[in-house]
Ligand binder design. Structure first.
Ligand code: UN1
Length: 479
């Protein structure tokens, strides 16, 4: 398949296809998926100016106009799920069912936020003073700058863009380097479905371009999903000029398995949470905290399933786990496996390099047992198919270990005890808690986000998104 050449999407014009960058198929690295223009400050300035110029008309358009656009975008994505899902899997490396599943999720997100555009978000209140009435409005904020990661190359752009547009804002989105073609497919659809010029812009370029976007004085709000290190800098730059900012970053998500757990359920939950999507989810279960009595049976049963996982080309129907997205990510996994070994972890399964017939960034799914909560492997995010186990004596110790560390995105427990499940729901220091479910794989119509260093600012998604993408105005009147 010959590579696509992508343009910049700025103010209704497809411009600047100089094609100096590229994305590759991680399942077969000989294959270039797309050639990408390398933008810089000029593209950021042009896109922000276009978004700013489009804001007054878009924010004052009837909510029905915004409903129609988002609903149509959602329908179009759903209709083209096979084709876009295939492109996504070819470019990102998740399996085809995962690629199609993510595409469907993106379509559903647009349809959800189409509805949000029409819903009542303001209030009428009585004043404490006679004759005075109060109304609150939820008003659009302005131009949003968005920086999105490669691991959900259509769903994350969707869950930032759809609410921004639904509530009357305009958007400049910079997608991640490894997955530009998938992001561009979304841009094409938003434009084809009739977004007025400047309402939605997408620009491609290096990380420094993202920094320019965050620093731009006409960008009123910034939404970022990516690594904790980059996120901290994004927040600093945004706060320095009092722009709104929201960050979604890493996780080191614990999955607690208690002695009373159903073993099959525990294994299924851990396998999905740790290894599906090649472990490249900020919500992945990477710390398996296992009670003494079930520990050995659980590790043996999980190892058996991990060993049987078929790793291969993302588009091969037999594949159960695709490659890492890039050479860097592959090397990161192997580096952390080495560190875990050197600190005393026991590699139960995987751990070696994986060479298949096609040249790809394949990683052996790896389970490391006998690790201590203080080890590097239990404190730093790997973002690959690597999980470690920590043995604990009882629920209290499990909760304490789960709550350790810098992150607090998602936390899970597998148990048949209502008492422990409820207690964990209340006391796990995480933004999302899962009982007998994987830590990863969330619904699209409810809030998403974490505590501690996992997240910053208002929650994303579902009914929470209105907080970040609108500003409240309180109006008083006397007549
Ligand atoms: C999920 O677990 O379904 O980057 C979504 C990530 C998260 C999204 C996870 N922001 O992995």
């Amino acid at each position: 398949m010959s590579p696509q050449t992508l343009p910049q999407f700025i103010g209704g014009e497809r411009v600047g296809a100089d094609a100096s960058g590229e994305s590759r198929n991680p399942s077969n690295t000989d294959e270039v998926v797309a050639r990408v223009p390398a933008g810089g400050k000029a593209e950021v300035d042009a896109a922000v100016a276009a978004a700013k110029a489009a804001f007054p008309a878009w924010s004052e358009a009837s909510p029905e106009v915004r409903f129609d656009l988002l609903d149509k975008v959602g329908d179009t994505i759903l209709k083209r799920r096979e084709e876009i899902g295939r492109l996504l899997s070819r470019e990102e490396g998740k399996t085809l069912p995962e690629g199609i599943g993510e595409t469907v999720r993106a379509g559903r997100i647009f349809k959800y936020f189409a509805g949000e555009a029409l819903r009542r978000h303001g209030q009428n209140l009585e004043s404490v003073r006679p004759g005075v009435e109060i109304q609150t409005y939820r008003q659009a904020v302005g131009v949003y700058g968005m920086i999105t990661p490669w691991n959900f190359p259509i769903a994350i752009p969707a869950w930032k863009t759809a609410p921004a547009l639904a509530f009357g804002n305009t958007v400049v989105l910079k997608p991640a380097g490894p997955t530009p073609a998938t992001a561009a497919a979304l841009a094409e659809i938003i434009w084809e479905c009739g977004a007025p010029a400047g309402v939605f812009n997408m620009i491609f370029g290096p990380g420094s371009m993202g920094a320019k976007l965050v620093e731009h004085p006409d960008v009123d709000g910034v939404s970022f999903t990516g690594s904790q290190g980059v996120g901290a800098g994004v927040a600093q730059a945004a706060v320095a000029r009092q722009a709104r900012v929201q960050l979604e970053m890493g996780g080191k998500n614990p999955l607690v398995i208690l002695d009373d757990a159903d073993l099959d359920r525990a294994v299924m939950v851990a396998l999905d949470g740790s290894f599906y999507a090649t472990g490249q989810r900020c919500t992945a279960s990477s710390r398996l905290i296992v009670q003494d009595g079930i520990h050995d049976r659980f590790v043996a049963a999980l190892a058996e399933k991990v060993a049987a996982l078929k790793v291969g080309d993302a588009l091969d129907p037999a594949t159960q786990m695709g490659p890492a997205v890039s050479e860097d990510q592959m090397e990161t996994s192997y580096r952390y496996i080495d560190i875990a070994r050197s600190e005393g972890g026991r590699v139960v399964i995987g751990g070696g390099r994986l060479k298949l017939e096609t040249p790809g960034w394949y990683v052996q799914p790896t389970l490391i047992a006998d690790t201590d909560k203080a080890m590097t492997i239990n404190n730093e995010e790997v973002f690959g198919p690597v999980a470690s186990t920590v043995r604990v004596k009882d629920y209290d110790e499990a909760l304490a270990v789960a709550n350790g560390g810098e992150f607090g995105l998602s936390a899970g427990i597998v148990t048949t005890s209502l008492k422990h499940a409820r207690d964990f729901q209340r006391r796990a220091r995480a933004g999302m808690v899962m009982v007998n479910l994987p830590t990863a794989g969330v619904d699209y119509h409810v809030p998403f986000g974490g505590t501690k260093k996992s997240s910053y600012g208002p929650r994303e998604q579902g009914f929470a998104a209105v907080e970040f993408y609108t500003q409240t105005k309180t109006a008083y009147s006397w007549a």
